[in-house]
Design a protein around this ligand. Structure first.
Ligand code: PLP
Length: 363
């Protein structure tokens, strides 16, 4: 079976040596040694300060909202994984959708200002498929209206720019380290805060608000990463260059193939930041064509995914429906193609040919 991605399993001996360490220390969770080591290595690799490891990307979002004191309405992108919106609803915040740019698939800054009301407390943009948002413009709008910015950077691991990493923008950015992401800790995530005080507050929050023996200083939750997760992370991080280089080769092949076929659209990248080759999204001319291709590939046990579908403004549990024409159109026509370092060239070719066959030779 070929999926949209394949979880990277690092060298087993290396993992065993970390597990031996856990057995001899007897320290399994609660800010353990391996966790501290991973936190330090990740901060260096990403070029960030105030990085807090948590148990998953979804709780990373929820804790960031709490630590930054969000309330009322939050302006966000309708084109993302469901967690971007569901976490807001879960925290009793109201998502307000600003439609996306049709080429970058990121929130369109020119749609943000008209959505701001006296209830708006923050903007929650997404670096979709690791493609950096127009961070300067979003920054300008947030400053003008005194709003917080939280970036859902779940896809943006290692997306560095000329002078700084994309994670250095906004009041906070969150990462997901789920097994399907390019860097993973089985399940896991992190929050990168701009301010030290917010980081310190969140650090208490993820451990029940406990600040010391017999002391509870604030309302908290349990969102800690454990030592087995950190062990996996240390192993994967030590092999991250091979992972990204391997993906780049496959990504480039798709890019060359589909750039020569203008009936398909690929994502327009923000060239001020590096690509991490996490996804290869492809936009079809219409949904029927996408469904035909998907069916044929599925029959051969190949599973590209409809990332992202449906457009989040159409979720059934929202209070009201706000139309987002571009996001709805892209969501109905986009497929992320299988992409991982050891995808065989033959299968990649088969995928490409199956996709293009239907436009030229339709039944
Ligand atoms: C994966 C993902 C999340 C959630 O992260 P988990 O670690 O799976 O909880 C949030 N936002 C986006 C955009 C994602 O892709």
């Amino acid at each position: 079976m070929i999926n949209v991605t394949k979880t990277y399993l690092p060298d087993r001996e290396k993992l065993n040596s970390y597990i031996d360490h856990i057995y001899s220390s007897g320290w399994l969770t609660n800010n353990g040694e391996l966790l501290q080591k991973l936190e330090k290595q990740l901060s260096d690799y990403l070029g960030v300060e105030h990085l807090l490891m948590v148990s998953n990307g979804t709780l990373a979002l929820q804790i960031a909202y709490k630590a930054l004191g969000l309330s009322g309405e939050v302006i966000t992108s309708p084109f993302s994984f469901v967690a971007t919106t569901s976490t807001l609803v879960w925290e009793n915040l109201t998502p307000v959708f600003a439609d996306i740019e049709k080429d970058s698939f990121n929130i369109d800054p020119t749609n943000i200002e008209s959505k701001i009301t006296e209830k708006t407390s923050a903007i929650l943009p997404v670096h979709v498929f690791g493609n950096a948002c127009n961070v300067e413009e979003i920054d300008r709008i947030a400053r003008k209206h005194n709003l917080k910015i939280i970036y859902d950077a779940a896809h943006a691991f290692g997306v560095s720019g000329m002078s700084k990493n994309v994670l250095n923008y906004g009041d906070a950015s969150i990462l997901s380290f789920h097994s399907t992401k390019i860097f993973h800790t089985i399940e896991g995530g992190a929050i990168i805060f701009k301010n030290k005080e917010d980081y310190e507050k969140a650090k208490l929050m993820i451990n029940f608000g406990i600040s010391g023996y017999d002391r509870v200083d604030m309302l908290g939750i349990n969102s800690k990463m454990n030592e087995f997760q950190a062990a996996m992370g240390l192993c994967v991080l030590s092999e991250i260059k091979q992972i990204i280089d391997g993906r780049e080769k496959v990504w480039n092949k798709y890019k060359v193939y589909f750039d020569a076929r203008p009936e398909f659209k690929t994502q327009k990248r923000n060239n001020s930041f590096k690509n991490n080759y996490a996804y290869f999204p492809l936009v079809f001319e219409n949904e029927d064509l996408l469904l035909k291709v998907k069916k044929e590939l599925n029959e051969k046990d190949i599973f590209p995914r409809r990332y992202f579908y449906p457009s989040l403004n159409k979720l059934s549990y929202l209070e009201k429906y706000e139309p987002c024409e571009i996001s709805e159109s892209i969501a109905s026509r986009i497929l992320c193609l299988p992409l991982f370092p050891d995808l065989s060239p033959d299968i990649q070719e088969y995928i490409c040919e199956t996709i293009t066959k239907h436009t030229t030779n339709d039944d």
